[in-house]
Each structure stands twice: as structure tokens, then as C-alpha cells.
Design a protein around this ligand. Structure first.
Ligand code: ZN
Ligand code: ZN
Length: 246
């Protein structure tokens, strides 16, 4: 992603009702899985890489299934990829069984040592492929935003847009500060987070206060979601998994 592409994507991200970095990450990961399903379900290196991590993590496995179903109303791509994953799991399970039947040299710590060796055989060699891809893009986005603020200044158009946006989640605030911005930029990021915290606390207070049946009709739209947004501010965007609740 180029810097000009970053600024246009970031502007769009700032118009979403969630952390802009979480939104960009989610969009990017879905795009990545779509391209994987479109072009790489027969690629031997992808099969080998996915097998080495025992498939995707829970979040990305769910995203993969959702993505393919939305695209094709079918699961052939996922089936093709996971055929290799299961085959690899079968192979390591057989190896673990073989390991467990061997007599260890030290009789004293026998059961513990055998379990340790079984686990070492089973544990995936790699982390989730989509997590790895996502981390690289996330890092680029965080770095680009800090560089934008340093180069364009805190009065720049996009900086002002950011102040009006939903705000960053706490994990992304930490990751922005890990980019080692100037002290001025760090204080600007912190005071924006502080003002978003105050706003969310006020909404939470209103949600709790107006919660009994006599006052429920007084709840404004943004207050109705206050409890979800309070949680989202601490962990990042998880709204997409809560369709049944919202
Ligand atoms: Zn976030
Ligand atoms: Zn993952």
C-alpha cells in the first residue's frame, strides 16, 4: 500500500463506527482471504504453509468460511485447502503415537517426558498465515499514520478528521505509541483517547441511569450501544461477531 493509498483508506476508516485501525485490518484480512480463495487454493506453497500452522486461527478460520460462503455459496476452496491441513494433522498424530510408544531412557520422569515429546511433535511450526499477513499491514498503517502526523502536523486535514472519528481502541493506542512518535504527537494521541474515554463514560452513565423501564425510552441511539462500545474501546472492534446482540 502506498502512502497516498494509505491516506485515502484511512480517511474512509475514520468514517466508520469503530477503531479505524481495526476496520482497516478487518477489511484487509477479508480481501486477503478472498484473493487466497480466488487464486491460491491449488498453490502448493500455500498448502504447505497452512499445513505447518494447522490451518488458520479461530478468528481467521471463521472469516474464511464466511468469506467463501458470501462469495460462492459453497465451500470448495476451503475444502481443498483443509484437505492438506487434515492430512498433515494425520501425519503428526501418527508420529505422536509412535513417539509415545517408544521407551524413554530415563524411567523416573517417564510420563512427563513422553507427554512433552508428544506435544513437541504436535505443536504447529508456524503461526496463522492471515495473522502474519495482517500484522505486516497493521504495522505499515500504524507507521504511516505516525509519519503523517509528524510530516503534515496536527492541524492537517486528516488529523482533524481523526479527532472527529470513533477513536482508536486501547490496543491500537499502545501500538501507535510503540512507533515512537514525537512527544508532541504522543500527547496529542493520548489527549484524543482521553476525550473519547470521557465521552464513552458519560454514555455508559446515561445507559445505566436510564435503564429502568420508566426511562428506557429516553435512551439516545449512541447511548443504546454504550455497553458494547465501552468493551470495544478496550479490546478493539468485535462488533461484527455481535450481529445477534445489536
Ligand atoms: Zn483497534
Ligand atoms: Zn489468524
Amino acid at each position: 500500500m502506498s502512502h497516498s493509498l494509505f491516506t485515502s483508506t484511512f480517511r474512509l476508516a475514520c468514517s466508520q463506527p469503530c477503531c479505524p485501525f481495526c476496520w482497516m485490518q478487518d477489511e484487509d484480512e477479508r480481501r486477503y482471504l478472498r484473493s487466497l480463495l480466488h487464486e491460491y487454493t491449488l498453490a502448493p506453497d500455500i498448502h504447505a504453509r497452512l499445513s505447518a500452522s494447522a490451518g488458520f486461527c479461530l478468528r481467521h478460520a471463521q472469516m474464511l468460511v464466511e468469506t467463501e460462503w458470501a462469495m460462492e455459496r459453497d465451500g470448495l476452496g476451503t475444502a481443498t485447502l483443509y484437505e492438506s491441513v487434515l492430512r498433515q494433522l494425520e501425519a503428526v498424530t501418527a508420529l505422536a503415537l509412535e513417539t509415545s510408544s517408544k521407551r524413554p531412557m530415563l524411567r523416573k520422569s517417564e510420563p512427563d517426558e513422553t507427554i512433552r515429546r508428544i506435544l513437541a511433535t504436535l505443536r504447529p511450526q508456524e503461526t496463522c498465515l492471515a495473522c502474519q499477513h495482517g500484522r505486516q499491514n497493521e504495522q505499515f498503517a500504524l507507521k504511516s499514520w505516525v509519519e503523517y502526523l509528524l510530516e503534515e502536523g496536527l492541524e492537517a486535514n486528516l488529523a482533524q478528521t481523526y479527532l472527529q472519528a470513533w477513536g482508536v481502541c486501547f490496543p491500537h493506542l499502545l501500538r501507535l505509541l510503540e512507533q515512537r512518535p514525537s512527544l508532541e504527537v504522543a500527547r496529542w494521541l493520548l489527549s484524543d483517547f482521553q476525550s473519547k474515554l470521557r465521552q464513552r463514560s458519560e454514555r455508559l452513565e446515561a445507559y445505566i441511569h436510564k435503564h429502568d423501564v420508566h426511562h428506557r425510552h429516553e435512551l439516545r441511539e449512541e447511548e443504546r450501544l454504550a455497553w458494547i462500545e465501552a468493551v470495544a474501546l478496550t479490546v478493539g472492534d468485535f462488533h461484527k461477531n455481535l450481529r445477534g446482540v445489536l
